[in-house]
Design a protein around this ligand. Structure first.
Ligand code: ZN
Ligand code: ZN
Length: 275
C-alpha cells in the first residue's frame, strides 16, 4: 500500500473542494466558507503528512517503533504532530502568523464540527488567504510539491486570487467597486451625469468610485486615493462642471482653498489682454 500517493492525491482533492467553496462564498453563498474551512484544514493536514512521509513512509504512524504495524488499524499522526516534526527538523518553520493562523483554523474547525459555528466572513476570507499563502511558501521552500501544476483548469482563477496577496486585494476591491456601481445606477438618459466609476490614476485599477465621505466625491476601493485629474469637479466660484485637472488650486484669504476654473482665476482675462 502506498500512503505517499494517497496522501498527495487526497490533499489535492481537499484543496480543490476548498477552492470551489471559497469561490461559492465569493459569489454570495456565505455558508460555503464553513466548508472551505473544513476542506482547507484537511488539505493542510494531508500536505504536511505528505511532506513528512517523503522522509520516511513509516513516519505517518504515531508509533513507528511498534513491534508490528497494521496499516488498517495503526494510529496515524495528526496535524500538530506533523507541525511539531516539521519544527523539530527546522526550527520555526511553522511559526509566527503561520502558526497563529493554523491555530485559528483548528479552533474554527472544532467549532464547526461541534455546531457552535459563528464566523466573521471578512476575517475568515483574509485569514484563509494568508494561511494558504503561508502553506504555499512552505511547500515552495521545501520543494515538497508544486501545487500550482496540479490545480485543474476550473479552479485556476480562484487559486491565483488566493495565492497572491496583490490579486487577493485587487479581487476584493473590484468587487466593492462593482457593488458601488450597482447601488448607483445613475441616469442613462443624462449624458452630463458624472461617472460612478473611473480608472484610478494612482494604482491604474478600475476601482475609483463615488464616495460620500471623500472630499473629492471619489475614493479608490483598492488604494484609497481620492484624487485624479479626470474626476468630475466644479469651480468654487462659478460652479462650472469640468474635471479636477482643469481647475486650479486657489488660495483665497477669506474662504481658504478653492478650486477655480480658467475664467475665475482671471487667467482668461490676462491671456486675452496679452493677445
Ligand atoms: Zn487606486
Ligand atoms: Zn469658474
Amino acid at each position: 500500500m502506498n500512503h505517499k500517493l494517497d496522501l498527495l492525491d487526497n490533499a489535492m482533492d481537499s484543496l480543490e473542494e476548498a477552492l470551489k467553496k471559497f469561490q461559492e462564498g465569493d459569489e454570495g453563498d456565505q455558508k460555503a466558507y464553513k466548508f472551505c474551512v473544513l476542506h482547507m484544514a484537511h488539505f493542510i493536514e494531508l500536505i504536511f503528512k505528505h511532506h513528512i512521509t517523503e522522509k520516511h513512509p513509516l513516519l505517518i504512524y504515531a508509533n513507528p517503533f511498534a513491534p508490528k504495524i497494521d496499516p488498517a488499524t495503526a494510529k496515524t499522526i495528526g496535524l500538530w504532530e506533523a507541525v511539531n516534526f516539521i519544527n523539530n527538523e527546522d526550527k520555526d518553520a511553522v511559526a509566527g502568523d503561520f502558526r497563529k493562523d493554523l491555530e485559528w483554523l483548528k479552533r474554527l474547525r472544532n467549532d464547526i464540527e461541534h455546531h457552535k459555528f459563528e464566523m466573521d466572513v471578512a476575517t475568515a476570507r483574509i485569514t484563509i488567504g494568508r494561511l494558504f499563502r503561508s502553506v504555499l511558501e512552505f511547500l515552495d521552500y521545501y520543494g515538497a510539491v508544486d501545487i500550482e501544476k496540479r490545480i485543474p483548469e476550473e479552479t485556476n482563477a480562484i487559486f491565483k486570487v488566493l495565492s497572491d496577496e496583490y490579486q487577493f486585494k485587487l479581487h476584493d476591491a473590484l468587487k466593492k467597486a462593482d457593488k458601488v456601481e450597482e447601488e448607483n445606477p445613475g441616469d442613462p438618459m443624462d449624458p452630463e451625469a458624472d461617472p460612478v466609476r473611473l480608472e484610478c490614476e494612482a494604482c491604474g485599477n478600475d476601482t475609483m468610485v463615488v464616495n460620500k465621505d471623500s472630499g473629492t466625491g471619489y475614493r479608490c476601493t483598492f488604494c484609497e486615493n481620492e484624487d485624479g485629474d479626470d474626476l468630475p469637479a466644479s469651480c468654487s466660484c462659478c460652479g462650472a462642471r469640468m474635471t479636477a485637472g482643469d481647475l486650479e488650486t486657489w488660495h483665497d484669504e477669506d474662504t481658504g482653498v478653492e478650486y477655480r476654473c480658467y475664467y475665475c482665476t482671471g487667467r482668461y482675462a490676462a491671456d486675452r489682454d496679452r493677445d
